[in-house]
Ligand binder design. Structure first.
Ligand SMILES: Cc1c(C(=O)c2nccn2C)oc2cccc(OCCCNCc3cccnc3)c12
Length: 403
């Protein structure tokens, strides 16, 4: 396990942007400029990832970009666009953000690559490989040589693969848009009843994360994460950014809120648990009644339920954690439903296998592959069996969650 290329230095890397077809030009986006965030929003809203049947397309909002593209240490130079020289129209984008990854305990200064998008009319012109080469050049110039990225499609040598799972929150709407079907022998009222959740969360001491919780919550999270082989290390500042989302998110309204973070404070004022989820709707492409699908994605969480055991796989530790996580993530589903989300998505990563079945998450037909650039690592289990089925017993060693 370790780096693939020999050690290089930034001055070995060209200072010239990678050559582009004459009709196009590189542009460095300024995400502090609202009109340029608008350009990114429009490009991805019309041309980004769709599901296999082209029924849904990701709808990353302007607030989502303001949150995900500007974590501590972000660099303007790593928000790379391609514009048509004659019109200035943005036709492609790719981004990198700095992360400290730990792979089986080896900490590697890396970037996370995300939001690679080429306009639908420019597919097949080999623009994506050029975007990847250019952002690699810009990151290498900053003396960073490794990257983490995900894809729904299979590329050479994933370090891990996880399965999509879904917990219906608004079953009738999911039926209307064709995301779920009525199983033979079942009635709609029975299906709705099966997925009905309580009015509000039931965990004692549960409340939204506040700035004054960061010290304790960050420390709990950092201890909890040690169990995984592939994790992102978070500084306190990074923890604040990702889970409080800065002032824009702390004062967000229901339709601009992206990140939802909660803690459990016990009667002694101790933070014993933390969980978060983010809002990433889908545009519904072929439905006359419904325009959007509200989706909550399970993000990071931590619990002290099994920290008193020194072995994660000790049956007593497992059942203590299983019980606590089931309670917490069920509350996450309730809070997501109260935030008008129609489905709650999770992967088979982290310790999710402990609660997916009990909380009625069904297996999806998608898989998320994780890739490390320039770093060879033995495969890390993503929580699915060899037959790609997810099974409550198989727990993953993947701790990173990609947006
Ligand atoms: C995408 C996605 C979907 C769906 O496609 C979906 N849900 C409801 C209806 N549909 C069609 O379901 C998931 C469950 C867990 C994690 C997920 O995604 C994890 C994060 C994905 N990152 C974005 C991405 C994914 C694949 C390729 N590029 C970007 C997903």
């Amino acid at each position: 396990e370790g780096p693939i290329d020999r050690k290089k230095t930034p001055d070995e890397i060209s200072s010239e942007p990678f050559p582009l077809l004459a009709e196009f030009e590189w542009c460095t986006m300024d995400v502090n400029d609202k009109s340029q965030v608008e350009d990114i929003f429009v490009l991805l809203n019309e041309n980004y990832v769709e599901d296999r049947d082209a029924s849904f397309r990701f709808k990353y909002t302007r607030e989502f970009f303001n949150w995900s593209l500007k974590p501590p240490g972000w660099k303007k130079d790593w928000h790379v666009g391609v514009r048509v020289r004659s019109t200035g129209k943005l036709v492609a984008f790719i981004s990198a953000i700095p992360v400290n990854l730990s792979v089986r305990g080896n900490v590697i200064k890396s970037v996370e690559i995300n939001f690679l998008c080429v306009h639908k009319q420019l597919r097949g012109k080999r623009l994506a490989p050029v975007l990847i080469k250019e952002i690699t050049r810009r990151v290498n110039k900053c003396d960073i040589w490794f990257a983490l990225y995900t894809s729904g499609t299979v590329l050479p040598s994933p370090v891990s693969v996880c399965r999509y799972t879904h917990r219906p929150l608004n079953w009738n709407k999911l039926l209307d848009v064709g995301f779920v079907q009525l199983p033979p022998g079942a009635s709609k009222p029975q299906m709705v009843a099966n997925y009905t959740l309580p009015k509000g969360p039931t965990t004692k001491g549960l409340r939204p994360l506040k700035p004054e919780d960061v010290e304790q919550a960050h420390s709990l999270f950092e201890k909890y994460q040690r169990r995984f082989d592939l994790v992102q290390e978070f500084s306190k500042e990074e923890f604040s950014h990702w889970f409080l989302g800065g002032s824009e998110q702390m004062h967000a309204t229901p339709d601009t809120k992206v990140i939802y973070s909660y803690v459990v404070e016990n009667e002694h004022g101790k933070i014993t648990d933390f969980f978060s989820f983010y809002s990433l709707p889908f545009t519904i492409l072929n439905n006359s009644v419904h325009k959007e699908l509200g989706i909550g994605y399970l993000f990071y969480y931590a619990s002290d339920a099994d920290l008193i055991y020194n072995n994660r796989f000790d049956p007593k530790a497992t059942s203590a954690l299983k019980e606590r996580l089931s309670q917490l993530i069920n509350d996450a589903c309730i809070l997501a439903r109260n935030a008008k989300m129609d489905v709650f998505n999770a992967l088979t990563s982290q310790d999710n296998a402990l609660f997916l079945e009990k909380l009625k998450f069904g297996p999806g037909d998608g898989f998320l592959n994780f890739y490390l650039f320039n770093y060879r690592a033995f495969p890390i289990t993503g929580g699915i069996q060899d037959d790609q089925d997810y099974d409550v017993k198989k727990r993953s060693n993947v701790g990173v969650v990609m947006l």
